[in-house]
Design a protein around this ligand. Structure first.
Ligand SMILES: O=C(O)COP(=O)(O)O
Length: 230
């Protein structure tokens, strides 16, 4: 199936997909320009575990169609900010942070989710946490989320907000992009993606990080993006 007709929605991960670690996770000016020209004819959303305050620094000036941040829990479209989590989460989060404190685990709190960086959990810690929340990994860092909320539910919510029924193309590199791949029509892995993402992908890009995004947008614009149809 060639993706040729109608507007498409690209949902792209940020770290190690749009932006490279070697650039300190800043998006290149070339990638910014390419996305800005793409959104004149299509939709492009950045779907990341990161917080908006950090995106405002690392992707300064970039104006995608939407941001789906904190791993799907907060959506920004224009000036509108939409919480994609139940209000009851904030009370549950108090219990999450108190359990983390008792476990002696360092954490930081975003607007909605809780981050635990560079530290694995024991099976016992994980099962205690999973009684009340979801835990997702991204290359050794963990994100603590309201149950059932992740990049997939963020994308489903975004499509409702945009009233978008066309083809969705997902591109990513890491473990927390796996759920996102369940709700897109075409799954794309950047060249530097972890094996689990490459395994489910319809297309593995030749290039890594931002260069991979340039490659993908060129394929879409030239009508050459094809999906495995076995
Ligand atoms: O660093 C993070 O919080 C994760 O970011 P990512 O989802 O864009 O890979």
């Amino acid at each position: 199936m060639a993706i040729t007709s109608g507007k498409v929605l690209v949902v792209s991960d940020y770290d190690r997909t749009l932006a490279h670690e070697k650039d300190g996770f800043f998006v290149s000016e070339e990638v910014k320009r390419r996305i800005q020209s793409f959104v004149e004819r299509n939709y492009f959303a950045i779907v990341s575990g990161r917080e908006k305050r950090l995106m405002d620094i690392f992707a300064k000036g970039l104006k995608p169609t939407a941001w789906v941040l904190e791993n799907g829990t907060l959506i920004f479209v224009g000036d509108e900010e939409i919480l994609n989590a139940p209000r009851s989460w904030f009370q549950i989060r108090e219990e999450v942070t108190s359990r983390l404190e008792k476990m002696g685990i360092n954490f930081s709190v975003g607007r909605v989710i809780v981050y635990v960086n560079n530290r694995g959990f024991t099976d016992q810690e994980l099962s205690q946490l999973r009684e009340i929340c979801d835990v997702e990994y991204n290359r050794g860092d963990a994100m603590i989320l309201p149950k059932g909320i992740n990049k997939a539910s963020g994308i489903v919510k975004l499509k409702e907000i945009l009233k978008f029924n066309g083809k969705t193309i997902g591109v990513g590199d890491g473990e927390n992009d796996l759920k996102m791949m369940e709700v897109v029509d075409v799954k794309v892995a950047v060249g530097n993606a972890v094996p689990m993402i490459k395994e489910v992908a319809d297309l593995v890009l030749k290039h890594e990080d931002g260069e991979g995004i340039l490659e993908l947008l060129d394929l879409i614009d030239s009508g050459k993006l094809t999906k495995k149809t076995n």
